[in-house]
Design a protein around this ligand. Structure first.
Ligand code: 13P
Ligand code: SF4
Length: 303
């Protein structure tokens, strides 16, 4: 049954000149059929560069919006319109503008986990993969960082700048507690602890390495270590295990499951391709300033 649905998806993608992009947290079977799996940065870059007419975005709403912002001539489908991001919902453009007025002159650096409206009132965006580089690319000594206070504090650890943090967070990563990690480290003294910067600072302080989801694939592949404790959403385990058959990956907590990232099924993808719905669009008056903030991020040179 699943094999038939997968084949139908592949056939329709071909017929409709489409590409299937999937975030690293998606269900295993969705990652398996994706043309590209990646972190938020890689997926937005792919959306910007693809010559396909149709982008089927398997992720959450803000990611499909980023694709629609960067590729306005393409049709962007989000198979589950109800796949949102609670962290992105923790700030509105209106609230951010009021916060900005309290810190005149400080540029707003906004994590891509935010709505198009919020991006539109931001100076520059960042992802977990480039946040440190983005902040360091700015001349300003004071920075407003929204919405993820944890990612903000992670950047601030290595920066001389003064930060004003929005008080948002990822409920999934926040469920991982330092005591979970300490217990696992005690039981597995040879394992390295790798975590995402969306984890709270007490957890990040225990990490051997902190990086984006794609950063974890690179780090675990290159590391001579063979056992890893993983501090991010459990969907990452699919590729980690597939790409490193001789290595062992232990999820740092069974609570590391993002319900929104788990919504999209193969049947949802098939239905989206059959009906060409739901389409994610961004009105031009929002898209243009939001694109400016994303383009500015994409122009920051790599190390
Ligand atoms: P990255 O894939 O950019 O590391 O982001 C993690 C995340 O929480 C996306 O929702
Ligand atoms: Fe949002 Fe966290 Fe889920 Fe990512 S893992 S979509 S940040 S709630």
């Amino acid at each position: 049954m699943q094999e038939t649905v997968k084949q139908q998806i592949k056939d329709l993608l071909k017929e409709r000149n489409g590409i299937l992009l999937a975030h690293n947290y998606m269900r295993d079977e969705v990652q398996e059929i994706a043309d590209i799996t990646g972190d938020s940065l890689a997926l937005s870059q792919e959306a910007a560069r693809t010559d396909k007419e149709l982008i089927v975005f398997c992720g959450v709403h803000f990611m499909a919006e980023s694709a629609a912002i960067l590729a306005p001539d393409k049709t962007v489908l989000l198979p589950r319109l109800d796949a949102g991001c609670p962290m992105a919902d923790m700030v509105t453009a209106e609230e951010l503008l009021k916060f900005k007025a309290r810190h005149p002159g400080a540029p707003v650096v906004t994590y891509v986990n935010s709505s198009a409206d919020v991006k539109a009132v931001s100076d520059i965006c960042c992802t977990s993969a480039n946040a440190v580089r983005v902040v360091e690319s700015l001349q300003d000594e004071e920075i407003i960082f929204a919405p993820d206070r944890n990612l903000g504090q992670y950047i601030a650890r290595t920066s001389a700048k003064k930060f004003h943090f929005w008080d948002g967070y990822c409920p999934t990563h926040e469920r991982l507690k330092a005591e979970n990690v300490l217990k696992l480290k005690e039981d597995n003294p040879d394992a390295l602890f790798v975590c995402h910067p969306e984890c709270n600072p007490a957890v990040v302080a225990l990490a051997d390495h902190v990086c984006s989801t794609t950063g974890m694939y690179d780090y675990c592949r290159k590391s001579p270590a063979t056992r890893f404790i993983i501090g991010t959403e459990a969907g990452i385990l699919y590729r980690l295990r597939q790409e490193n058959p001789g290595k062992e990956f232990i999820i740092a907590s069974p609570a590391l499951i993002c319900p929104n990232m788990k919504l999209t099924s193969l049947e949802d993808i098939l239905a989206a391709l059959q009906t060409l719905q739901p389409v994610v669009t961004v009105p031009e008056e929002v898209r243009i300033p939001a694109k400016r903030a994303l383009d500015r991020m994409l122009a920051v040179p790599r190390d």
